[in-house]
Design a protein around this ligand. Structure first.
Ligand SMILES: Nc1ncnc2c1ncn2[C@@H]1O[C@H](COP(=O)(O)OP(=O)(O)OP(=O)(O)O)[C@@H](O)[C@H]1O
Ligand SMILES: CC(C)(CO)[C@@H](O)C(=O)NCCC(=O)O
Ligand SMILES: [K+]
Length: 249
C-alpha cells in the first residue's frame, strides 16, 4: 500500500491506495503546525483501524506540501513509523510534463502531473478551488502558466471578518442575482461574482487556446458551470500516486 499526503494551507488530505492504485480511503485533518508526527500518526492509526487497514502494509510514502513548516513532521512520521524516506514533490523529481517556472506550488505540480499522464492528447486548463483558487495551463505537455485568486472560503471570511454587521455564511448555488435580506445578498453576490470570475478567466484563455479542456478540482470545485468539462475531486490524490510510480526506484 501507498500513503499519499497532500499538505495544503487549510487541510492535509491523506490517502491510502493499493499498490495497483485503488483508493482504500482518504481523510482530512487541519493543517496544524503544532501537531507532532506522533499525534498525526495516532489519527492515521485510528482511521485505518476503523477502515480495517493494517498500516504495516504501507511500502511507500509521497508528500506534496505548500506549507514548508509541515514537511518535516511528515518526513519524521515516515521514518519513525514506517522506516520509509518519503518522496517529496518538487520541480526536481521526475515529472510527466515540462516545467520551466521554478516557483510553482507542489499542489499545482501534482494536478498537472495527473492530467499530463491521463489526457495525453489534450491542452488542459485546471482550476483548483482550495484555500486559494489557482488555474494552470498545459499546452503540448508544457506548463505555460496560470493565475492565482483568493479562494471562495477566504473571500467569504475576509468579507465577514472585516465588517461588524455581516454574518458568516456558506457558499451555495443561487438562482437570484438580486438579493433581498443581508444574508441573501451575501450569498447572491459571492455566488454570481465568483462564478463570473471563473467564466471570464476561461473565456479569455479560450481566445488564446480555443480547444482547451477544462477540469476542476478541490472541495468547492463542483460548481455548475457549462464551461467546466469535468470535476475530479481526487485529482491531487491520483497525481500523487502517478508521481510515486514515476519516482519510486
Ligand atoms: N469532504 C468535504 N466535505 C465538505 N466540505 C469539503 C470537503 N472537502 C472540501 N470541502 C470544502 O471545500 C473547501 C476546499 O477544499 P480543499 O480540500 O480543496 O481545499 P482546502 O482544504 O480548503 O485548501 P488547501 O488544499 O489549500 O488546504 C474546504 O475549505 C471545505 O469548505
Ligand atoms: C497558490 C497556493 C497557495 C495554492 O495552494 C500554492 O500553490 C502556493 O503556495 N504556491 C506557491 C506559488 C506558486 O504556485 O506560484
Ligand atoms: K488541495
Amino acid at each position: 500500500m501507498i500513503l499519499t499526503i497532500d499538505i495544503g494551507n487549510t487541510h492535509v488530505v491523506s490517502g491510502i491506495l493499493t499498490r495497483e492504485g485503488n483508493l482504500l480511503f482518504k481523510f482530512r485533518t487541519a493543517s496544524n503546525k503544532n501537531l507532532t508526527e506522533d499525534e498525526y500518526f495516532s489519527i492515521l492509526k485510528n482511521i485505518s483501524d476503523f477502515n480495517s487497514i493494517d498500516l504495516k502494509n504501507i511500502k511507500g510514502i509521497i508528500i506534496s506540501s505548500v506549507v514548508p513548516a509541515l514537511v518535516d513532521i511528515f518526513k519524521f512520521l515516515g521514518k519513525k513509523y514506517f522506516n520509509i524516506e518519503p518522496i517529496v514533490v518538487s520541480k526536481n523529481i521526475n515529472l510527466p510534463f515540462i516545467l520551466n517556472i521554478p516557483t510553482l506550488g507542489a499542489d499545482r505540480i501534482i494536478n498537472l502531473s495527473e492530467v499530463a499522464s491521463k489526457y495525453l492528447e489534450k491542452n488542459i486548463l485546471i482550476f483548483d478551488f482550495g484555500t486559494a483558487t489557482t488555474y494552470d495551463i498545459l499546452q503540448n505537455n508544457i506548463y505555460i502558466g496560470g493565475g492565482i485568486i483568493p479562494g471562495i472560503q477566504m473571500s467569504i471570511n475576509s468579507l465577514t471578518e472585516k465588517t461588524a454587521k455581516l454574518p458568516k455564511f456558506d457558499f451555495k448555488i443561487k438562482k437570484n442575482v438580486i438579493g433581498k435580506e443581508t444574508l441573501d445578498q451575501l450569498e447572491s453576490g459571492i455566488y454570481f461574482g465568483y462564478i463570473g470570475q471563473i467564466k471570464n478567466i476561461i473565456e479569455e484563455i479560450k481566445k488564446i487556446i480555443p480547444d482547451i479542456y477544462v477540469i476542476s478540482t478541490g472541495g468547492l470545485g463542483n460548481i455548475p458551470l457549462n464551461e467546466i468539462d469535468i470535476y475530479d475531486p481526487n485529482l491531487s490524490l491520483s497525481g500523487l500516486y502517478t508521481l510515486y510510480n514515476l519516482n519510486n526506484k
